[in-house]
Ligand binder design. Structure first.
Ligand SMILES: Cc1cc2nc3c(=O)[nH]c(=O)nc-3n(C[C@H](O)[C@H](O)[C@H](O)COP(=O)(O)OP(=O)(O)OC[C@H]3O[C@@H](n4cnc5c(N)ncnc54)[C@H](O)[C@@H]3O)c2cc1C
Length: 410
C-alpha cells in the first residue's frame, strides 16, 4: 500500500508552493501532476509583490531574479472617454523592494519551485500521474486513485488530500461542495506574434471593435490575448482570420506589419473564462485551494497570486496537525475562514471590472455605459493620483498578507 502524509493533487502554482512549504517543514508530501512537464503556454504569468515577497522569505529571490522576465508597474483599463487606456493602479508607489509585477512564464516559476522542493527528502512529485477519484472510507477522504500515462493504476493513501487541480477539480464533483458561479462576459483568445526592435516593453493593452487586447512582452515574441464576447468564438472564426487580424491591426497599429504572420486559426487558442467558487472548500480528509476552490478571471492577473497565498495559509495551518498525523475538520475549516474574505473581495473586484468596463466595451458601448461617466472617472484619477495606491496595494498583496510557516523560511 502506498502512503504519504499529504497528497497534493495538481502541480500548478498552488500545489507546488504547498508541496515546497510542507516538505521544508519535514512533512511527507506527494504531488501528483497529470502532465509530463510544466510547459503550459498561454497561462497566467503575472507574479505580484505578494509572491515576490514569499520567494524572498523562502530564499529564492536571487534565483527568481535570474529568470527571464519583464517588470510592469501599472495596471491600465480602457476607461478613457475615447476608449483609450487609463492607468488605474500604480504598483511602483508601494513601499518596499517588490513594487512591481514580474511577467515570468509560468513554467519557469513552477520549474524553480519543483527544483527547490526536490531537495527535500520528504518531497516527491509524480509527473504524468492523474488522480482519477478519491478513496473514501467511513465518510472520510483517505487518498486518491491514480493512473499514470503508461496506464498503470494505483492507490495513494494520505492523512490529508489537498485538491490543487484547478477549475476542473475532481473535488467539484462532490455534491456537498456546491459551486457558486458568476456570469463572465468574455472568453480569451491567445496567440503569438514576433517581437521586433523598437517595440514597446512590458504589458501593452489595446481596444478594438468589440474586443480588448493585451500583449505580454516575452523577449522574442509577444504573447497576445484578445478578450471576445462570451460564446462568440465560432461565429468570429467563421468570419475569417483575415478580418480579425485587420481589426486587431486597427486596435494595435504598431503590430500591424506582422499580423499576416498568424496564418491559421489553429494558432489561436480559446480559453473559456470562468469565475466561480465552492461554498465549502473541505470535507473530512480533503481541502480545496487555488482555482479548485475558486476559479479566477484573468482580469488584474490575480489568480496565480491568490492561489499561492492560499497555499501559504494552508501550509501555516497544517504543518502541526500533519506532523501529529491528525487533521481535523477545524483545521481545514480555519483555512477556508481565513482565505474566504480575500477571495470574495478579489472576485467582487473582477466582477465589477467585468460589469462596468469589459461587458460594455465588448458590446460596443463606452465603459461605465455612458461616455460622461467614463470621462468623470478618468478626471478623478487625474486629479487624485493617490487613488491609484488603493487598487495597487490590493492587486499587489490582496486583502490579507500570508506568512509562510517558520520552518519553511530560509
Ligand atoms: C485565460 C486566462 C488567463 C489568465 N491569466 C492570468 C494571469 O495573467 N495572471 C494570473 O495571476 N492569473 C491568470 N489566470 C488565472 C490563473 O491561471 C489561475 O488562477 C491559477 O493558475 C490557479 O492556480 P492553481 O494552482 O490553483 O491551478 P492551475 O494553475 O489550474 O493548476 C492545476 C494543475 O493541476 C493539474 N491537474 C488537473 N487535474 C489533475 C488531476 N486529476 N490529477 C493530477 N493533476 C491534475 C493540471 O495539469 C495543473 O498543472 C488566467 C486564467 C485564464 C482562464
Amino acid at each position: 500500500m502506498e502512503r504519504t502524509t499529504c497528497c497534493v493533487v495538481g502541480g500548478g502554482p498552488a500545489g507546488m508552493v504547498l508541496g515546497l512549504l510542507l516538505a521544508r517543514a519535514g512533512v511527507a508530501v506527494t504531488v501528483l501532476e497529470r502532465h509530463g512537464d510544466f510547459l503550459r503556454d498561454f497561462r497566467g504569468d503575472t507574479v505580484h509583490p505578494s509572491t515576490l515577497a514569499l520567494l524572498d522569505d523562502l530564499g529564492l529571490a536571487e534565483r527568481f531574479a535570474r529568470l527571464p522576465q519583464r517588470r510592469v508597474t501599472t495596471v491600465q483599463l480602457p476607461i478613457g472617454a475615447d476608449g483609450s487606456l487609463i492607468t488605474v493602479s500604480d504598483i511602483s508607489t508601494l513601499s518596499g523592494p517588490y513594487n512591481y509585477v514580474a511577467m515570468v512564464p509560468q513554467w519557469d516559476l513552477l520549474d524553480l519551485l519543483a527544483d527547490e522542493a526536490r531537495k527535500e527528502p520528504s518531497f516527491s512529485v509524480r509527473m504524468s500521474t492523474e488522480a482519477t477519484s478519491f478513496l473514501v472510507e467511513r465518510g472520510r477522504v483517505a487518498g486518491v486513485r491514480y493512473r499514470t500515462c503508461g496506464g498503470r493504476t494505483g492507490e495513494l493513501r494520505a492523512t490529508l488530500t489537498v485538491a490543487c487541480d484547478g477549475r476542473g477539480s475532481l473535488a467539484r464533483s462532490l455534491p456537498e461542495l456546491r459551486l457558486r458561479q458568476f456570469t463572465c462576459p468574455m472568453d480569451a483568445w491567445w496567440f503569438r506574434l514576433p517581437r521586433r526592435e523598437g517595440d514597446p516593453h512590458g504589458l501593452v493593452g489595446g481596444v478594438g471593435d468589440r474586443f480588448l487586447t493585451a500583449m505580454i512582452d516575452r523577449g522574442e515574441y509577444w504573447q497576445c490575448a484578445a478578450l471576445i464576447p462570451k460564446g462568440t468564438d465560432a461565429e468570429r472564426r467563421a468570419a475569417g482570420l483575415e478580418r480579425f487580424m485587420a481589426e486587431f491591426s486597427t486596435a494595435v497599429p504598431w503590430l500591424a506589419d506582422r499580423a499576416h504572420e498568424l496564418r491559421s486559426w489553429d494558432e489561436v487558442k480559446m480559453l473559456d473564462v470562468r469565475l466561480d467558487r465552492l461554498r465549502r472548500w473541505h470535507r473530512p480528509g480533503l481541502l480545496c485551494i487555488g482555482d479548485a476552490a475558486h476559479a479566477m478571471s484573468p482580469v488584474f492577473g490575480i489568480g496565480i497570486n491568490l492561489a499561492v497565498q492560499d497555499a501559504v495559509a494552508a501550509a501555516r495551518h497544517l504543518v502541526e496537525p500533519l506532523r501529529r498525523g491528525a487533521v481535523g475538520l477545524r483545521d481545514v475549516r480555519g483555512i477556508q475562514r481565513r482565505r474566504w474574505p480575500t477571495t470574495a473581495a478579489a472576485q467582487a473586484l473582477q466582477r465589477l471590472a467585468h460589469a462596468r468596463i469589459i461587458a460594455p466595451v465588448l458590446a460596443g458601448h463606452p465603459p461605465f455605459g455612458h461616455p460622461r461617466r467614463a470621462q468623470r472617472m478618468s478626471q478623478l484619477l487625474a486629479t487624485a493620483p493617490w487613488l491609484k495606491r488603493v487598487p495597487a496595494y490590493f492587486i499587489g498583496y490582496g486583502a490579507m498578507r500570508e506568512r509562510p510557516p517558520a520552518a519553511s523560511v530560509r
